[in-house]
Write a protein that binds this ligand. Sequence first.
Ligand code: ASP
Length: 326
Amino acid sequence: MSGARGVVLVHGGAGVMRSLSGEREAAYRDGLAVAARAGREALERGEGPLAAVLAAARVFEASGAFNAGLGSCLDEEGGYGLDAALMRGRDRAAGAVGALTATYHPADVCLDLLREGRHVLLVGEGADARARRLGLPPLPAPPPEKRAAWEALRERSAARPEELGSVGRPDDEGAVADSQDTVGAVAVDGEGRVAAAVSTGGMWLKAPGRVGDSALVGAGLFACDELGAAASATGIGERMIRSATCVVACQVAAREGAARGAQAAADELEARFGPGSGGLIVVDRRGELGVAFNTRGMGRAFARVGADEVPVAVWPEDAFPVTLAP
Ligand code: ASP
């Protein structure tokens, strides 16, 4: 990347987002900006792209306003099962957890696995044991409002049993229902080194033990310095897994840039599964950014080293100047 200017791009989930307006939308936008800034600060301190995406993930996980960490959704039995992953482009080192319940900072468990280098993915009790060993803060019992949302969703699913335990819960327009605040981040530093992160509570009313794309390298995220690209996805995880969404995005980005990489992966989802599947963010080694989604909205923000402003967008029509000047 020329000019030694790193950048961090984050997303806050793709979905219908019907209830996102007013104060809630303001808090959501604010959370995106704070996470992007936290990532940029890590780059400015010279800590590299992995530290940058981790810093953004930690902010999201602690905020409670996103479907990740403290804000995670509940499965069909009212329990938690968090998925997350981190990947470093330099050596394709990765750490991931699935169906974790012991902490609201799953990305830190991922970091421990990535550094250790023995296993890429731990799930369930094994992931929980690692979180406890690391002394990470426990995930508290769901607050009353979340319980109430869960009850309401269960009632709705009882009335429409075809939705029970399904992921995505199609609404009347066949699009993903209002629960997609999964978070992700991609970053590149001044030397063109990349990294990616993703963290989620998964899908509301999922089956206990279900693991989605967010724990899976290639589907929910990918980062590779040789390709010079990193990607992080959100949406109906089963579709990303079956499409290898983030690998596709990085391969195209290597040849045609981040914007084309994101669009190519989103086009593939659209062609195979139709509208309402989700979206993704991509960065390439030149610092070009790519964003694509086929849901009603997808929260996104970016922060460039050396630039003050942090553009934030949610809807397709929102201004979001991601491509580089030629
Ligand atoms: N992709 C996540 C999952 O399937 C959910 C999301 O992005 O909203 O678990």
